[in-house]
Design a protein around this ligand. Structure first.
Ligand SMILES: [Zn+2]
Length: 325
C-alpha cells in the first residue's frame, strides 16, 4: 500500500508539472486526493504549485475543515469535495487554468467533439460549467449537472478547468490531454481547416472506450447525429464534411483526394468549384489590368468603380467560358 507521504510527494510532482507546462501561474490551481477514511489531502493556498514540498500538503475532512498541515488549505477545496461526494469512484481532482482550454472557457464557445481519437476515448464531451465566484459553495455546485452526465473533465466559465479520475495521475493527464487538444484546435483553425471524424468512426472509438470500462453517455447512441451531438460553433466556416476517405490503389498504397484545382497524385486536375475559379480569374484580371496601366492610376471614385465593373465583366466572361469548356 502506498504511504500517505508518497501520495503527498506525487501531489508535489504533479503540481510541478502543471506549473512547468504553464497550466498555472503564480499560486493558481489545486490538487486533492481522497484517502478513504473521511480525510482528503489537498494543496495549501498561497503556494506555487511549482515549488510545493510534501510537508506543505494540507489534510481536510468531508466538510473542508482543516485537520492537519502547516498552511491553510486551498480555498477551492469545496469544488473538489463536491466532486468526491458526487462520484464515489473518483479519488483525485486536479484544477488549473491551462491557457488553450481556458480560452474556450472565456470565449463561451463549446469545444467540439469528433476530432481526435484519444480525446474521444479518454475524455469525451467537455462541458462548460456556469460562472460563479471561485471558492464559494455556488461555484462548487456549478459542476454537478456535468458530473451526473459522466464528464471527467469540465471547463469552468471565465476561469479554467477541473478534471477527476480514480487516481492522481489520470486526473492530471486529463488536463494535459485537454490543453493539447484545445491547442491543436486553435492551430488547425490557423492552418485553415478542421475535418471532423465520421460518426461511424466515432462510434468505433466509443466501443473501444466501453471495453476499457470508461463511461460515456454516447455509448447508447444509435444514430450519427447522436454520436456527434453537441455544438459545432467552433467549426463554423470550416469543412462540414467528414475527413476524406483514402482508397487503396492497385499497389496497395492509399491515394489522397488531392487538392481542388491542383493535379492529383495521378496527374489529373481536380475539379475546382466556381467560387474558387472566380477568385483566381479575378486575381489574374486585376494583374493584367494593372500591367496595362488601366488599374492603380485612377484618381476618382467614379474611375475606380468603372475599373471594378470592367474586372467583374472579364471575370464573368472567363469563368463562363471555363465552366462551359
Ligand atoms: Zn482556479
Amino acid at each position: 500500500m502506498v504511504s500517505e507521504w508518497e501520495i503527498k510527494k506525487e501531489i508535489c510532482e504533479l503540481g510541478r508539472r502543471m506549473y512547468v507546462n504553464g497550466y498555472v501561474a503564480a499560486n493558481d490551481g489545486n490538487i486533492s486526493c481522497r484517502m478513504g477514511d473521511g480525510r482528503y489531502l489537498c494543496t495549501p493556498t498561497g503556494v506555487s504549485k511549482g515549488f510545493l514540498k510534501p510537508g506543505d500538503i494540507a489534510v481536510v475532512d468531508d466538510n473542508g475543515k482543516q485537520l492537519d498541515g502547516p498552511l491553510p488549505r486551498t480555498s477551492e477545496v469545496l469544488l473538489h469535495l463536491e466532486i468526491f461526494h458526487e462520484l464515489p469512484e473518483v479519488n483525485a481532482v486536479c484544477h488549473a487554468h491551462p491557457p488553450h482550454a481556458t480560452a474556450f472557457a472565456v470565449s463561451g464557445i463549446p469545444i467540439p467533439t469528433g476530432i481526435l481519437p484519444e480525446v474521444e476515448i479518454f475524455i469525451g464531451q467537455i462541458p462548460l460549467a456556469d460562472y460563479e465566484t471561485p471558492g464559494s459553495k455556488n461555484f462548487a455546485e456549478t459542476v454537478l449537472p456535468h458530473l451526473n452526465n459522466k464528464a471527467n473533465t469540465i471547463l469552468l466559465a471565465n476561469h479554467g478547468a477541473v478534471a477527476c479520475d480514480k487516481d492522481l495521475l489520470h486526473a492530471y493527464f486529463h488536463l494535459e490531454t485537454l490543453d493539447m487538444y484545445c491547442k491543436i484546435l486553435l492551430l488547425s483553425k490557423q492552418v485553415g481547416n478542421i475535418n471532423r471524424l465520421p460518426g461511424s468512426k466515432v462510434k468505433e472509438l466509443l466501443d473501444i472506450k466501453s471495453t476499457m470500462g470508461i463511461e460515456d453517455p454516447r455509448h447508447d447512441c444509435t444514430t450519427e447525429s447522436c454520436v456527434l451531438a453537441g455544438s459545432d460553433e467552433f467549426l463554423k466556416g470550416f469543412s462540414s464534411t467528414p475527413i476524406p476517405q483514402h482508397s487503396a490503389g492497385a499497389d496497395g498504397h492509399g491515394r489522397g483526394m488531392g487538392i481542388e484545382g491542383e493535379p492529383s497524385q495521378r496527374g489529373e486536375p481536380q475539379p475546382m468549384p466556381e467560387q474558387e475559379m472566380r477568385r483566381g480569374v479575378a486575381m489574374a484580371a486585376g494583374r493584367i489590368l494593372s500591367g496595362t496601366g488601366k488599374l492603380g492610376g485612377s484618381s476618382t471614385t467614379a474611375q475606380r468603380r468603372a475599373e471594378e465593373d470592367e474586372i467583374e465583366r472579364v471575370v464573368q466572361l472567363v469563368t463562363d467560358q471555363i465552366m462551359e469548356g
